[in-house]
Write a protein that binds this ligand. Structure first.
Ligand SMILES: [Zn+2]
Ligand SMILES: [Zn+2]
Length: 375
């Protein structure tokens, strides 16, 4: 008997990766299918082409071009595509908005509308089967590169990025998203010839791919949770360093509309520092940061009283508003109350310990002081 359903729709089979979007499933022989295939060629070809670093003579200029273009374009992805276009964490002029979009495009991760639409979808359905790149609902490799290589998520849900679609220059750039990358490749070639192209563009772009993808894969598996979010997002210091601050992913899922993702002074967040500096010279403004009560850790602790309070922050109590901010006021109150109680308990223990230590020190030192002073 010939099956009438694709295998991933069969009720007897549980898919191990997110099923392709059947609405956009390409026909086997069509121009659209060919174009989708061609679109994947650069991603694979760039990886293979990186091996040419062993074939070109090493000089320092291409090496520093690799690092420099990595950092500049990572800023375009994190401060531009992510914090600005996806979350509107700060405001800027239309000109600088275009600059951010151009920088993001030069990372060869498609256009700002596609990127922001998929990212908003990720927050809305994070770590559920609907999530486009969850290592929890899918697999590690699906979340890291599988969803990119697949054609399942090639389409853009323009309804989720209406606020960006109203700018014709962004729509234009989204259509021709490869232009900034091609321009950078030419600049690299003009600066340092073939070694410049290999180090400054190819290797740098592949490192950028995987730096960005680490947030989707590693930061939903490895690291620490400070906040009880409805997903498995984690804070990962190594990824934060590699991605200019994106690794503080649990912080970000907890308060996603914030321009900063490092919530403590030691949580290095280079993108945020640059955004702040741009704020000083009025290139950006209205930089959003979390209110103090949102910075209090709210993970439930193990004793029963706290576990009860922790249950108030179940995922079902949280919802995503259209502006991308988390709405959970009742749960938030419980979290704050729990955290305040925990803080008070810790303060009591610490003050008792300090008092004991001081008393012991005074008792011990008194005879010594009396001897030295001759009393
Ligand atoms: Zn995430
Ligand atoms: Zn985000």
């Amino acid at each position: 008997m010939i099956p009438t359903q694709p295998i991933w729709q069969s009720p007897s089979i549980t898919p191990t990766i997110a099923p392709p979007n059947t609405e956009s499933k390409p026909k086997f022989f069509s121009l659209a299918t060919f174009q989708r295939f061609v679109n994947k060629v650069p991603f694979v070809a760039f990886h293979l082409a990186c091996f040419t670093v062993f074939l070109v003579p090493f000089t320092w200029l291409p090496f520093f071009m690799c690092i420099g273009f990595y950092l500049i374009r990572m800023f375009g992805i994190t401060a531009g595509y992510h914090r600005y276009f996806s979350h509107r964490a700060y405001k800027t002029s239309r000109v600088f908005q275009f600059v951010l979009a151009w920088l993001g495009c030069s990372a060869m991760q498609k256009g700002p509308l596609w990127w922001a639409a998929n990212h908003r979808h990720h927050h809305k359905y994070s770590d559920t089967p609907e999530d486009v790149h969850s290592p929890v609902a899918g697999s590690f490799w699906w979340s890291h590169v599988g969803w990119v290589v697949s054609t399942a998520h090639d389409e853009t849900d323009f309804n989720s990025v209406k606020d960006l679609c109203k700018y014709p220059e962004l729509r234009w750039l989204d259509n021709l998203h490869w232009v900034p990358g091609a321009a950078l490749a030419l600049i690299c070639y003009l600066m340092a010839g073939i070694p410049g192209l290999v180090w400054g563009f190819l290797l740098s772009t592949v490192l950028l791919y995987h730096g960005t993808f680490l947030v989707n894969s590693v930061c939903h598996i490895f690291g620490r949770k400070r906040f009880n979010t409805s997903d498995e997002s984690r804070n990962n210091a190594l990824v934060a360093i590699l991605t200019l601050g994106e690794g503080w992913h649990n912080n970000h899922h907890h308060y996603m509309s914030s321009a900063n993702q490092g919530f403590r002074w030691w949580e290095i967040d280079i993108s945020y520092y640059v955004i702040r500096m741009l704020g000083w010279v009025h290139i950006v403004w209205d930089i959003r940061t979390p209110p103090p009560e949102k910075l209090i850790p709210n993970l439930p602790v193990l004793d029963s009283a706290h576990s009860t309070a922790g249950s108030a922050i179940a995922p079902s109590a949280m919802s995503l508003s259209s502006s991308g901010s988390v709405v959970s006021s009742a749960a938030s109150s419980s979290m704050v109350a729990t955290s305040v109680a925990e803080t008070a308990a810790v303060s009591t223990v610490v003050s008792a310990a300090v008092t004991t230590a001081v008393t012991t020190a005074v008792t011990t030192l008194n005879p010594v002081v009396a001897t030295l002073t001759g009393q």
